[in-house]
Each structure stands twice: as C-alpha cells, then as structure tokens.
Design a protein around this ligand. Structure first.
Ligand code: PBG
Length: 331
C-alpha cells in the first residue's frame, strides 16, 4: 500500500464526523462579516414593501433606531443607508445631497441618538437626488462630468460626516473623488471618518431592483457605462483599487458580488486592505424568487453564498440578507 494514494489517502476521513469537519474548516462566516443595507423614506411609522425585493422595506426615520438596536443585538457591525427621495426633491444637479436636513442626515442623527454601537455607512453619489438618475452632473449631451461632480461629492460627503456618518462610501466611479473627499474630511476635522471606496463597480444589470427601491429606475436616462466598469474587464479593476488606496481609501469594495468573485479573489490577494463585496439587489432577488417558487432552500443557499465570499477573500459582505443570516448564524 503506498501512502499518498488510495487507500492510504482517503479524503473522506476528514469529512465523516461533524466535529472533524468543524476542526478542518478553512473559512467561517460570522455576523461580524455582514453589513446591512437599509432603505429610508419619509413619513412616520412606515415600512413600505419593495416589490422587486420581497422581504425588504423602505423605513421611515423614526423606525431606524430600533433597526440599529437590532443590528447591535445580532452582532452586525454596520448599517449602510440609502434614501428614497421624493420626486419633488430631485433636481438636475441633485442639490438635495447637500441639504443638512435631507433624509440620510436625519437618519444618521436618529440612529446616532439611539446609542446603538453600530457603524453608520453612507453612499456618496448623486443618483438618489438627480432628476436624470445619474450618479453625477450631466452636460447637454447627457455625458457625466467628472470634475464638477467630484466637487458635489465632496460637499455630500462632508454633509454626511457632519451628520454623524462613520464611513463614507463613494459609489459614483468618478476619477479622483477619493483623494478629494479625504482632503476635505481632514480639513473639516473628520480625521476618523473612514472611506470605503466602491473601487471596482461594474455597469451591471443586477442593480435593477435597487433602482426601484430608491426610485431612480424610472428616471435613469441611458446607462452608466461611461463611468461604471465593463464586465469584460478584470485587470482594470486592479488599477481602480490601486488608485483608490493611493488616494486614501481605508477599505475597498467589489460590486456586484457573486458574478465577480474572481475580482474579489484577485483584489484580496494583491492588496493588504480590507476588501468588501456587495451582494447586490438582483442577487438578493434571484435567491428570493427561486426560494418562493420552491426551487431551492433559501436559508442554506444564503449561508453558502456568504461562505463563498469569505472563501474568495472578502473581509465582509454587504447583503440584504444580513439580519436573517445573522439570526441563522447566531442559532
Ligand atoms: C448608486 C448605487 C447603486 C447601488 C448602490 N449604490 C446603483 C447604481 O449604481 O445604479 C446598487 C446596489 C444594489 O443593487 O443592491 N450609486
């Protein structure tokens, strides 16, 4: 019998008992790996269902302190806030992003006051506020202007930091925005506010349900291919990440998630910063639709997906399944 070949080597030996599988597991998922995206709307005591994201709601600001407490109790370290802006507050230049009393700022203050020990993350991009649905300012031809947009994004990030954001997350894909935001935060005294850069964000069909959730879908003219990345490209993602780190990003993100696991892997191998993956709205919707049709076991698939991100090297995952996954993980 030669050792190293069957029957000397039997791979199944390690898998036979639960204790052994636990002992040799290479990867784990805990609630601390989850970031919970939450949609905010105006009104009082409303939780409005989102048709394309079954189980996800737009919450009014007064309901947010309870959600922050819930995250804390579940061991979820951070919540990401996304506003559903009323149509009359949208404009060509998206000035509502700079309003110190906009939905996101009110949400931040309400959650801060709750005293819950959770990090609060805000998205930096103009699409919740523009009448054309783009992440930045557009010229007459509908082209998104880079440098003028960066100026607005700096104002937006400062507005969020002043209202209590712990992490600002630019999701707009403009060039140079991380450096500009970092400089402005330092100058304004927000030296501890982190930047989580959506560094490798692809022009993706998987954002469909999100645009419904924030009410941007109906507005969007054209597509975002002039600033978000081409799904054909992987090496370009590494350049994007390198630039954002050089500009002062504390952590980086790859988005969408599962279809871009190869990017998560390559970024996590190449760079020594925390790498997050955003398992986006379309990915959530696929799992929910298949489970509702009785085609797969929702809970099992949810945890398997999270494990896949961790195995690929992600420090954490933004996922709409965060509270349900945390409940399962907490057993
Ligand atoms: C906006 C933004 C988007 C998402 C997060 N921030 C949509 C987009 O770029 O059109 C998508 C999140 C999701 O689909 O869950 N800048």
């Amino acid at each position: 019998m030669s050792i190293g070949e069957y029957p000397g080597t039997r791979m199944r030996r390690l898998r036979r008992q639960p204790w052994s599988r636990a002992m040799v597991a290479e990867t784990n998922v805990t609630p601390a790996d989850l970031i919970w995206p939450v949609f905010v709307r105006d009104g009082v005591d409303v939780a409005e269902p989102i048709a394309t994201m079954p189980g996800v709601f737009r919450h009014s600001v007064d309901r947010l302190p309870a959600l922050a407490k819930e995250a804390e109790a579940l061991g979820i370290p951070a919540i990401a806030l996304f506003p559903y802006t009323q149509p009359d507050r949208r404009s060509q230049r998206g000035e509502e992003a700079l309003n110190p009393d906009n939905l996101v700022c009110r949400a931040l203050r309400a959650m801060r006051e709750s005293g819950a020990a959770v990090g609060l993350l805000t998205d930096v991009a103009l699409d919740p506020y523009t009448s054309h649905g783009h992440d930045g300012l557009v010229d007459e031809g509908g082209h998104v202007l880079n440098d003028q947009t960066v100026e607005m994004l700096v104002g937006q990030a400062l507005n969020q930091a002043r209202a209590g954001a712990d992490i600002v997350a630019p999701s707009d894909m403009m060039d140079g925005r991380v450096a500009a935001i970092r400089r402005a935060l330092e100058a304004d005294g927000h030296t501890d506010v982190q930047i989580m850069a959506y560094s490798a964000k692809y022009a993706s069909g998987f954002y469909g349900p999100f645009r419904d959730a924030v009410g941007a879908g109906g507005y969007l003219k054209g597509d975002k291919k002039g600033y978000q990345m081409d799904p054909a490209n992987a090496r370009e993602a590494l350049r994007e990440v390198a630039l954002d780190i050089a500009e002062g990003a504390d952590s980086v993100m790859v988005k969408p998630g599962l279809p871009y696991l190869d990017i998560v892997r390559r970024v996590s191998e190449r760079f020594d910063v925390p790498v997050f993956a955003y398992c986006v709205s379309g990915e959530y919707a696929m799992v929910e639709a298949a489970a509702a049709a009785g085609m797969l076991d929702r809970d099992r698939v949810m945890l398997e997906i999270l494990m896949a991100f961790r195995r690929a090297g992600a420090s954490g995952v933004l996922t709409y399944h965060a509270p349900d996954a945390a409940r399962l993980l907490n057993g």
